[in-house]
Design a protein around this ligand. Structure first.
Ligand code: FAD
Ligand code: DHB
Length: 389
């Protein structure tokens, strides 16, 4: 097989890149080691920056998002028993869209099927070769047979644990990492959200987040111990703890109901530099991870795709390497700003095991400053709605 761009990974970054390329007449093949249903079963991000919304529009997959997604003009920061609204729209003129990653992925998969662009699911033992030379190729095994895809470029969209970054010689890559001393326990339940906007709560017992997937489906999170297990958390125990971390008027309004998904995610900041190695590009989680506070992971994957798609389009339409040559630099400049924002929001909102009451007081003082200073609220809002591409 031969294609222009071999894409490793059928998550949001691989699918979005594939869809933009296909629409621009640039053929591409996606390979993923798991099945379509497995990918659609993963519950992940929920908030899209307007830049991501625009890219999905450009990819021709925005109709259901505009029909079913929930545009949000603000969110609440809760601490000291009260909540305070950050008015995103008044501060920045921009809003965000609440629309789950699962739905984005489904829309992109459906559009890819309609376009007839090939995806190979359940491809075992994917390997990438010769990306430093002129003839890169990808191999994989399926049903006991080894297949080879020759290509002009490889897009490594295969997430943090994928094969792409790991195939780069250690001496050519530098990584930066911070692991946080807690996790997030999340549930999904068909109950109306406790408030129509998101609530990020700082509480001495730990962080809590009230989010949603629709007006009838809630996504709630609480900070938990890193080594905690979902088996320790009945729905009843989860809701009791979640309630305790919310301001009283929200706690009283909380409607409970059986959860149908419950999982624990560790929190980590990670960046690999550079993001290009000859004819291989790292995109999305394969190059960087942010802690979920502030909902930047999926949005960063989308901005990487924006830079790479434009570079590849320029290459195939005009035979110019200018765009792909600056891919890594442009992507990393935005990546680091989101890494900084996610780190700062995580640091502001969580209970750290080693900072004690002093740490709590510092956080409350910073939050108090933030909500009373238009400059500080604007800086937070600008980052939350997404920095320009
Ligand atoms: P992924 O979505 O990870 O997709 C990578 C794809 O590559 C997968 O389909 C995988 O099967 C495939 N793959 C992996 N290895 C191989 C291989 N060797 N060969 C072939 N294919 C391979 N972000 C937020 O903003 N908010 C959240 O609440 C949030 N929650 C999260 C919860 C969890 C548990 C995780 C892991 C992430 C969460 N994120 C969240 C981050 C967000 O989901 C990611 O940033 C986003 O999925 C990145 O998209 P991606 O396409 O780059 O990578
Ligand atoms: C969600 C996750 C986040 O990390 C966040 O900041 C907002 C919303 C969510 O899963 O809905």
């Amino acid at each position: 097989m031969r294609t222009k761009v071999a894409i490793i990974g059928s998550g949001p970054s691989g699918l979005l890149l594939g869809q933009l390329l296909t629409r621009a007449g640039i053929d591409n093949i996606i390979v993923d080691r798991v099945s379509r249903d497995y990918i659609l079963g993963r519950v992940r991000a929920g908030v899209l920056e307007w830049g991501t919304v625009g890219l999905l529009e450009q990819a021709g997959v925005a109709a259901r998002m505009f029909a079913e997604g929930l545009p949000h003009d603000g969110y609440s920061l809760a601490f000291d028993g009260r909540d305070h609204r950050i008015d995103l729209f008044a501060l920045t003129g921009k809003r965000v869209m609440v629309y789950g990653q699962t739905e984005v992925t489904r829309d992109l998969m459906d559009a890819r099927e309609v376009a007839g662009a090939p995806t190979i699911y359940e491809a075992n033992h994917v390997q990438i070769f010769d990306f430093d030379g002129g003839n890169p190729y990808v191999t994989y095994e399926k049903d006991g047979v080894t297949h080879r895809i020759d290509c002009d470029f490889i897009a490594g969209c295969d997430g943090f644990h994928g094969v792409s970054r790991k195939s780069v010689p250690e001496k050519s890559i530098k990584t930066f990492e911070k692991v946080y001393p807690f996790g997030w326990l999340g549930i999904l339940a068909d109950i109306p959200p406790v408030s129509h906007e998101l609530i990020y709560a700082n509480h001495p017992r730990g962080f809590a987040l009230s989010s949603m997937r629709s007006e009838t489906r809630s996504r709630y999170y609480i900070q938990c111990e890193l080594d905690d297990k979902v088996e320790n958390w009945s729905d009843e125990r989860f809701f009791d703890e979640f309630r305790r971390r919310l301001p009283a008027h929200h706690a009283e309004a909380l409607v409970v109901g059986p959860s149908f998904e419950k999982s624990i995610a560790p929190l980590r900041s990670f960046v690999a530099e550079p993001m290009r190695f000859g004819r291989l590009f790292l995109v999305g989680d394969s190059a960087h991870i942010v802690p979920p506070t502030g909902a930047k992971g999926l949005n960063l994957a989308a901005s990487d795709v924006y830079y790479l798609f434009n570079g590849l389009q320029e290459y195939f339409a005009e035979k110019s390497e200018a765009g792909i040559d600056v891919y890594s630099e442009r992507a990393l400049s935005r990546v680091w700003k989101s890494v900084r924002f996610s780190w700062s929001m995580t640091t502001l909102m969580h209970r750290f095991p080693d900072t004690g009451d002093f740490g709590q007081k510092i956080q409350e003082s910073e939050l108090d400053y933030l909500i009373h200073s238009k400059a500080a609220s604007t800086a937070m809002a600008e980052n939350y709605v997404g920095l320009p591409y």
